[in-house]
Every structure is written in structure tokens, then in C-alpha cells.
Design a protein around this ligand. Structure first.
Ligand SMILES: [Zn+2]
Length: 200
């Protein structure tokens, strides 16, 4: 196997990361390969550490440790279990927690629907959501998805799917910057959007 093949394999993996295009992935691979004692060793250790210690919470999909599953938010009896905030990614949960404006629990879809093709309902944690709504006697589902076209489609689909379930569905108040993500929205705006959530 040639050196170039090893590098291609590495850059193919790096290119799967969000925001990393092919050229950037190639540059990253070269940078890693020329520093085996430094960057490569440090990356290897950090990756192994995450692989051994970090998991998605089996209930809400948030990031947690192998020792804390369900995660601290799911396990916290003081949280209001009747309200479930649905987000796309675990990073959105951190942003909403940081805003301090929410005391319920969470459900991360870990993706969104892509009407164009490559992500359907079975590719996101949608059945898990519906099971939780029934099993945990949830009375309100708050959709806190992003504002792009795919997120809108996902909101609409979830609304339809929950119609036969005895649960109110609301969404964050308008005012989130169009096209931007939950995790890039400042705490004050997020808290206000949560307080002003509207029935859907
Ligand atoms: Zn959890």
C-alpha cells in the first residue's frame, strides 16, 4: 500500500465531518501525517478517550459519559418530565441549557429529514420520540429545530406524526435568525424564544 493510499483513507474519514470539504480534508491529512509524535499522537489519544468514555444518552441522545447513562438531565428528578424539547443535535441541548430558560427534558433527533433523498424518518430518532411521548406521559413537545428548509420539513412531519397522540406541540417563537442554527443563537434570544413558544 502506498503512502498516498493511507493519506487518502484518512482524508476520506476527515471529509465526513461537518464543514470539511475535500481540499480541507486533504490538507488536514498531510498536516497530521507529518507530525507523528505531536499532532497525530495527541489526536489519537483524544479520539481513543472519546471512544472509551463518551456516549449518546440512550434516552435523549445528548452527549454523556459511559458512567452516566441516562445523562444527568434525564436522571434529574427535578426536571419537568411533562415537557420535551426536540432538537436536531446534542450541541443544541448545551446551547438551550446555557440559556437557562428551560426546565423540561430533551430529545435529540440526531439528524433531520432531507426531502431530497438521503435522510428519511427511519434515519432520525423519531420512533424513539413517539415512544417517549407515550411512555413518559409527555403533555407538551417543544420543537426547537433550526430554521432551514429541511428543519421546517422535519417540524411539519413531526407535527403530523403526533396528531393522534394526546400531546400539545409548540415551537420556539419567531425571532431566531433565519437560516442559523440553535447552537449559534445567543442565550438571551434563545430564552426569549423558549418563553414565547407558540402552539403549532
Ligand atoms: Zn439524556
Amino acid at each position: 500500500v502506498k503512502a498516498a493510499d493511507h493519506l487518502n483513507r484518512l482524508s476520506a474519514q476527515l471529509g465526513r465531518l461537518p464543514g470539511v470539504g475535500r481540499r480541507t480534508a486533504e490538507r488536514m491529512a498531510f498536516r497530521i501525517a507529518r507530525d507523528p509524535e505531536g499532532l497525530l499522537a495527541d489526536l489519537t489519544e483524544a479520539l481513543r478517550n472519546v471512544a472509551e468514555q463518551v456516549r449518546c444518552c440512550s434516552r435523549c441522545g445528548s452527549i454523556t459519559t459511559v458512567r452516566e447513562d441516562p445523562c444527568p438531565v434525564c436522571a434529574d428528578a427535578r426536571r419537568d418530565g411533562s415537557v420535551l424539547c426536540v432538537v436536531e443535535d446534542a450541541s443544541d441541548i448545551l446551547a438551550i441549557e446555557a440559556s437557562g430558560g428551560y426546565a423540561g427534558r430533551y430529545h435529540a433527533l440526531l439528524g433531520k429529514l432531507s426531502p431530497g433523498g438521503n435522510s428519511g424518518p427511519a434515519d432520525i430518532r423519531l420512533e424513539e420520540l413517539i415512544r417517549r411521548v407515550d411512555a413518559e406521559s409527555v403533555s407538551e413537545v417543544v420543537l426547537a429545530l433550526n430554521t432551514d428548509v429541511e428543519s421546517e420539513a422535519t417540524c411539519g412531519y413531526i407535527r403530523e406524526r403526533l396528531k393522534e397522540h394526546a400531546v400539545r406541540v409548540s415551537r420556539l417563537a419567531a425571532g431566531l435568525p433565519a437560516g442559523s442554527g440553535i447552537m449559534y443563537t445567543d442565550s438571551v434570544t434563545l430564552a426569549r424564544a423558549m418563553r414565547g413558544r407558540q402552539a403549532m
